[in-house]
Write a protein that binds this ligand. Sequence first.
Ligand code: ARG
Length: 719
Amino acid sequence: MKKILLSILLSAGILVNGWAEKNDEGMWLPILLSQKNYGDMVAHGLKLTPEQLYSVNNASVKDAVVWFGGGCTGEVVSNEGLLITNHHCGYDAIAGLSSVSSNYLRDGFWAKSKDQELASPGLSVQFLVKMEDVTTEVMAALKDIPFEQWQAKLPEILKPITKKATDGTNYEAFVREMFKANQFYLFVMEKFTDIRLVGTPTESIGKFGGDTDNWMWPRHTGDFSMFRIYAGKDNKPAPYSKDNVPYKPKHFLPISLKGIKDGDFSMIFGFPGRTNRYETSYGVQMAIEETNPAIVKLRDKRLNIMKAEMNKDMAVRLQQASRYAQIANYWKYFIGQTEQLKRNKVWDRKTNDEATFTKWASGKAEYQNIFTNLDQSYKTFRPYNKHGVYLREGVLATPMMSYAAAYLDLQKILSKDTVDPKALAGAIEMIKARQSGFLKIYNKEIDKNILASMLDAYYSDVEISQHPEYMAEILKSKGKTNSEKFMSFAEKVYNKSILTDTTATGKFLRNPSLKMLDKDPAIKCALAFLKNYNERFKPFADNFNMAITKEGKAYVKGLMEMSPSRNFYPDANSTMRCTYGNVKSYNPKDAIHYTYFTTLKGVIEKAVPGDAEFDIPEKLTQLYNNKDFGQYADATGNVPVGFITTNDITGGNSGSPVINADGQLIGTAFDGNWEAMSGDIAFDEQYKRTICVDVRYLLFIVDKFGGATNLINEMTIVK
Ligand code: ARG
């Protein structure tokens, strides 16, 4: 029975190489929607025209969507540049603006008028002005250049393209490769840097459920915050000035209070960061067996050390909050990815796809050796893989070690017989630029304990023959056990280094010498590990990366040739994409059903007084007890909190608008679900869901909890 069904599907061309065509997979390039997806979008329920989705000349949905802070997405919801994004996207700015006495992270913040809005230095947003396929032009220039040299030659090839696209404008442009460098697209952006915090719920609402609930459904987090874009009087980008005015957008999203049902159309525009959907079984195997467990193990240790210090002191907690959240987010991500790669049988699926491909490729010189080559490359590289992880995620992962590593260039320059003054000035500039970022997040106790712990882990887990000679010197430190020795070594490093002393480093950088570099124990330690790796093992990593990029490019090209009618989409790469699908419940496991929405009742049920992750503000309980829900309750008299859709998103889409068939905002996307954590490597049709804050909860918090009716009045609300 199953076999018959499969052969019917195959002959109908629905299952091609293991990918089903008719599902909600796909992070589509907006410029291609009208040609590639529009009919399917309408079949899913969309009521807008292609021009309303993406247009260069007329206002369209794309004009209401911004790349937020270079790692998230935001949406414009008023004609005065009011933005919604996630709480976890505003987190760094909110924590940065907070102090022990004005603790916006803990207590929330609501500007009741524009003059109360808080400038957030360092934050920027970018609009997509237009995008363009420049493959023909770029490929023509690359025609006679061997692939190994592409990376070096590309900047020079792309320069005239981006220059032409921006000449006489205030725009910025870049070109990104797509489909593993088989295609190239130009993106023209407009960047605003005067961004101000307008409102945020308390962390107990915005991060409700903390790391325990992170990456999971059912979810009850009010993960949103609000900012405003300011521009010069000409509505063009301008650096912060009190004379700047709210930006007038080309388009903003009206907000729907009409509610959602299972099966309703939903689409998301945003800036997904990175996927690797064309990853091979070899990559999956290395991730499961080695890379992911190593990352999790090292992050676990770092997080415990950070947590212990953060719990002692509110100022330390505020200083470390954002960094901690980032490390914890991907700590749990890699646990989930490993678990779901296994459960969803991704290795088996990839292996089957590869067998089909290899059969097709037989006799085709360009494609037939891809997998034997990959097999060889993985075998050659595997003995050195762990080492790289233990440097990035271990020994060099404290702020001070990572900053100390920046002195490597300086050391190289000073080691030459004749010192190049221009290179020297550049290296010093780079160090100075890194210094302020380092000092902002530096904490001696945390750093010191992490270094000791990471050295210990490196010593026991990285192949002894790969250790730097310097390890022997470290092990001469005082102590009975190795752990004690690593700790007393770390003590010495952090007591003696001058890196935290700006006067001393300033003096050193005015007249730098090799001798001083060698004298500072932090620089000495970081460079010993880094140089050992760079000189002995990095060549293996470089060769490996070149080989898998090259084979990966051939594989994707071959796949496209093998299935000419399949609708391919490129991996995420922080460029604007659209995904469409439906609001949809699911069954995560045998006998368990997850409905598609959560409510305030569930928040109250989950609340644990005094708990760091699950406590809720008294006022929220009161609003619930008094049923003081304003216009935000659903037909059953409850306030909806979260919902799920079949949309295809990843990190970077955080804060993205979730839009209904009429082009109105119904929610803000903020997470993926546990059962589909393998999603960055393989979309899972059955389980993949996007987790969103319902816009009614968002407005309820702004209005009833925050009392910011000024913001409610500013938005266009459709009932
Ligand atoms: N998992 C979410 C994402 O990557 C981030 C959630 C932030 N919350 C947290 N508890 N760390 O988009």
